[in-house]
Design a protein around this ligand. Structure first.
Ligand code: FAD
Length: 413
């Protein structure tokens, strides 16, 4: 088979890969389409894994991107549990774990990432769990019982969401963070403090600036020993220390890889006819900006869609305002745009003790915003901020800070 009549192939049947496959069919591609995954499930979204699925309020069918019935209806060949082991860009082909070689006309790499392992932990302790996949979430859910003494290593979003869910289920939770504040890589000081207060209010024993000496136990973790001499007895450990992008295939095949597989504005990698999307790729948010990876639902959704258009030879550049959310207890955090430059320029306190933080550039144009509030209370304002970012008009600081002026009014004026 030559490349011209070979199928379109997607490696990674996760969120971005699933979205790309659906988009290809929705855009009228009728040729052979193969979606290869190393999980046994049809593509699904991951946010509920640390929230509703853990709590038992939603099951896999409730957050699938495309279930197996739909894959069959759309004639998308799903090769499940059969990861790609090798790429051969020169020959436009790849090798599956079962040894078969497949040719492709064009290829999308949407291999996401895996939970980063804590190197100092012995690998054989069966009550040390990680959270990235549905099956890992089910294993964790089965272990969260009222009274379970849970130690969470890592005060990022996964650790915090697991802490919130575990407290709701009646577990005793200690959360260990190596840095001086929670979610400190992403959030400004005020929101880290708000998270700390919320978790302590709900009874989580949050410890900052913690250094772990060792985990005690032979087949099961029995206690976490800290360098300051304290020993924390536990029934279960969850490690949430970030994600490791699955770039190995691309590296071995000689593609350009930095923090992720490097792509241009059309999500093309350095190899002909190979594209990348989602958590695994690094791209420029702005033509003059540096390369970055994003680990968000919105990025997987929009890049999956965009990569499909690129696979079809469409010319448009990927250009989306980034966005992220996290739910903990009955509070919600939402971020839009770019908030990478540390502390916000302006803030306003919203009804119910929430916060809106605004990030402006030197010309007072909105670059990004964070909202923190009960339930979904900041969602509307964050949507309005997105429109203000798109508008790109200078904004008066005093007006932004004034909770009596609605953002809708501001947008109208
Ligand atoms: P994935 O969804 O990880 O899919 C990649 C797929 O490729 C996986 O199935 C993987 O097994 C497979 N694969 C890897 N290597 C191979 C191979 N060689 N061959 C075949 N298949 C392979 N984002 C938010 O914005 N808000 C949230 O609240 C939020 N909560 C989250 C909670 C959890 C627990 C997790 C894990 C993530 C959360 N995210 C959230 C992030 C969001 O879910 C991810 O950014 C998104 O899933 C990334 O999609 P992806 O398709 O790039 O990767």
């Amino acid at each position: 088979m030559n490349a011209a009549n070979a199928p379109l192939v997607i490696v990674g049947a996760g969120h971005a890969g699933g979205r790309a496959a659906l988009t290809l069919r929705a855009e009228g591609y009728t040729g052979r389409l193969i979606l290869i995954g190393d999980e046994f499930h049809a593509p699904y979204e991951r946010p509920p894994l640390s929230k509703g699925l853990l709590q038992g309020t939603v099951e896999l069918a409730g957050f699938s991107v495309c279930d197996s019935t739909r894959l069959v209806e759309l004639d998308i060949e799903h090769l499940a549990g059969n990861p790609v082991k090798k790429l051969d860009p020169a020959q436009h082909r790849l090798q599956l774990a079962d040894g078969r070689w497949l040719h492709y006309a064009r290829l999308l790499l949407a291999t996401g990432g895996r939970a980063r392992r804590l190197p100092s932990l012995p690998g054989h302790l069966h009550n040390v769990l990680y959270l990235r996949t549905h099956d890992e979430a089910i294993a964790l859910r089965d272990s969260l019982r009222p009274g379970t003494r849970l130690v969470i290593i890592g005060g990022g979003f996964i650790g915090l969401e697991v802490a919130a869910t575990a407290r709701t289920l009646g577990c005793t939770v200690t959360l260990l963070e190596a840095g001086p504040r929670l979610a400190g890589r992403v959030l400004p000081e005020r929101l880290s403090s708000a998270l700390l207060e919320l978790h302590r209010h709900h009874g989580v024993d949050v410890r900052l600036n913690v250094v772990i000496e060792m985990v005690q136990g032979t087949t099961r973790a029995e206690a976490v020993q800290l360098v300051d001499g304290q020993s924390l007895p536990c029934d279960l450990i969850v490690v949430g220390i970030g994600m490791q992008p699955n770039t190995e295939l691309a590296v071995a095949a000689g593609l350009e890889v930095g923090q992720g597989i490097r792509v241009d504005a059309r999500l093309r990698t350095s190899a002909p006819d190979i594209f990348a999307a989602g958590d695994v790729c690094e791209f420029r948010l702005h033509p003059q900006g540096g390369f970055q990876r994003q680990e968000t639902w919105r990025n997987a959704e929009t890049q999956g869609h965009h990569a499909a258009l690129s696979l079809l030879g469409r010319e448009q550049s990927f250009d989306v305002i980034p966005g992220f959310w996290s739910d903990q207890y009955d509070w919600g955090l939402q971020i839009t745009g770019v908030i990478a430059n540390g502390e916000p320029t302006v803030s306003r306190v919203t009804a119910g003790g929430g916060l809106l933080l605004f990030y402006l550039d030197a010309e007072q144009r909105l670059l990004g915003a964070c909202g923190w509030g009960q339930g979904n209370s900041v969602a509307k304002d964050i949507k309005l901020c997105e429109r203000l970012i798109t508008l790109g008009q200078p904004l008066a600081v005093s007006v932004l800070a004034d909770a009596d002026v609605s953002l809708k009014q501001l947008l109208r004026s």
